[in-house]
Ligand binder design. Structure first.
Ligand code: ATP
Ligand code: MG
Length: 495
């Protein structure tokens, strides 16, 4: 379907692709993976002719249809209703498509009452879901999705996964979610060392192969280094003597011609201490007899809840159970119908949602944005940025050119440079690659304030939580221990 031949792409001094090749055939289901800022979204845009390679070719088979979901900013903002927009690219003489559209919309988490809402009244995340519905209904030959699960909750994610599994066309998607990749895709395309490499298996296979490749490369590197040392030694010992000088000369020539094996640069981990917030009293937040409904739907009735200083609390439970709502109630960003929300002494609450990156100023540079937070020295701000992998020249990039993960990283740096003492985070690892998750975990482990978070990333939960709250049918149960403790108290005994 698509042939990518020897593609090169740079932005200024930064080279993303240097001789990339790829063949996509009908029936392929590929996942494109790679670190934040590697160039995955840019590669997709080149396939769609929204960006151009500096060199090389991208060839499309004639007549194939391609559908694309961008990483952010859904291509919808119409006066149309949700249902009409999802059907806007289709003809539907006998009304059959409409029934399918409704099923898809419901699968993606819309309620029947949402069908007639205008798309331009929806939040960014929900507008993305409308764009997804429209795309799925179009059924293109090739479906290209840039981090589609970022916008979904667990329930709609499961539905979506299943839908893709039964999809008739080919799929090429970008994701950081290994479970999702394992279920939906048949091969992993890795953007590494500025080229594309195909691993014909699931994500685990890819990880294993990569580890073996690395091992092999390091072995070859060690052997070559020894060989080089021997040759240099030979040259040094023999070049001064007339009888051996010519042999030394030829070894020297061989040395110069030798193609040197290079090890890829490892991302050095920088550990810095972020500023700590002002200390609070022991009680940081309390809810008493709180009722909360959305229209007909009662989410909480007579909810009581207390949060103490230094707790790092994970909210767990099925989606739709009300975790995000609880976090928003605690943050005071949604009104409650009844009851009281009482912040403790000195408490300054900060709420961080997945869409926080939308509040960055796109015309500023990374450094300017980070400096705007508080009167920190440039040195402090630079090292904070460095610990979140903004190194060297990259701090002078404008926000508008940043990749999805880079924007999230920048928002996190800004938050951590002036942290609130009660920090509430909804899925903070969305968009982040492994190294960035690591940087966030490390900063939050040191955080001396109070933290509540929702995350589907078990590594993240395990690394941070010292309290777990299970949210289920409007009931919240506190487990005063880490995630293992929660599991040991809730899973049925097996022996
Ligand atoms: N127009 C541009 N001008 C300069 N640099 C750009 C431009 N567009 C993207 N970049 C840079 O190119 C790199 C690749 O960006 P891209 O969005 O393709 O990354 P990505 O692999 O999709 O990352 P993520 O996982 O964070 O979404 C980033 O470092 C980004 O800052
Ligand atoms: Mg991207």
């Amino acid at each position: 379907m698509i042939t990518v031949k020897n593609v090169h792409k740079s932005f200024g001094l930064q080279t993303l692709l240097d001789g990339a090749n790829l063949q996509i055939n009908a029936g392929d289901r590929f996942a494109l993976v790679g670190p934040n800022g590697a160039g995955k979204s840019t590669f997709f845009k080149m396939l769609l002719s929204e960006e151009w390679p500096d060199e090389g070719e991208i060839l499309f088979k004639r007549g194939i249809t391609v559908g694309y979901l961008p990483q952010e900013n859904a291509p919808v903002s119409t006066e149309l209703t949700v249902l009409r927009e999802s059907l806007s690219h289709l003809e539907d003489p006998d009304g059959r498509v409409e029934a399918r559209a409704k099923a898809v919309l419901m699968g993606l988490g819309f309620k029947v009452t949402d069908f007639d809402r205008k798309v331009n009244t929806l939040s960014g995340g929900w507008a993305m879901r409308v764009a997804m519905a429209r795309l799925l209904l179009e059924e293109p030959n090739l479906l290209m999705l840039d981090e589609p699960t970022n916008h979904l909750d667990l329930e709609s994610m499961l539905w979506f996964q299943d839908y893709l599994l039964n999809y008739r066309g080919s799929i090429f998607l970008i994701s950081h979610d290994r479970n999702f990749i394992n279920i939906v895709c048949k091969a992993v395309v890795s953007l590494e060392n500025k080229t594309l490499k195909v691993y014909a298996g699931d994500y685990e296979f890819f990880v294993k192969q990569k580890a073996e490749d690395k091992e092999r490369l390091e072995q070859a590197y060690r052997e070559q280094q020894e060989e080089i040392a021997d040759m240099e030694d030979f040259v040094n010992r023999n070049r001064a003597r007339a009888s051996t000088a010519s042999r030394a000369q030829s070894v020297l020539k061989r040395l110069e011609k030798l193609e040197r094996i290079e090890l890829p640069e490892e991302n050095k981990k920088l550990k810095i201490r972020f500023p700590q917030p002002q200390r609070t009293g022991v009680r940081t937040l309390a809810l008493k007899h709180v009722d909360k409904s959305y229209g007909e739907v009662k989410v909480y009735k007579d909810l009581n809840f207390e949060l103490e200083r230094g707790w790092k609390m994970a909210f767990v439970g099925h989606n739709g159970a009300g975790k995000s709502t609880l976090l928003k109630i605690l943050a005071g960003v949604v009104p409650i119908d009844k009851g009281e929300r009482t912040p403790g002494i000195n408490v300054k609450v900060g709420y961080f949602s997945q869409h926080r990156a939308e509040t960055l100023d796109s015309e500023k540079t990374v450094l300017e944005e980070a400096l705007s937070v508080r009167d920190h020295s440039e040195q402090t701000v630079r090292s904070a940025l460095g610990s979140f992998l903004f190194r060297g020249e990259s701090v002078f990039k404008k926000v508008k050119v940043l990749s999805g993960g880079e924007k999230s990283r920048l928002s996190l740096v800004k938050l951590l440079l002036d942290p609130p003492n009660v920090l509430l985070m909804d899925e903070p690892t969305t968009h982040l690659d492994l190294d960035s998750v690591e940087a966030l975990v490390s900063a939050l482990q040191d955080f001396e304030g109070t933290l509540c978070f929702i995350s589907h990333d078990l590594y993240f939960v395990n690394a941070l939580a010292n309290h777990v709250v299970h949210v289920h049918h409007g009931k919240v149960t506190l487990y005063p221990g880490n995630y293992d403790y929660f599991i040991s108290r809730t899973s049925p005994q097996t022996s």
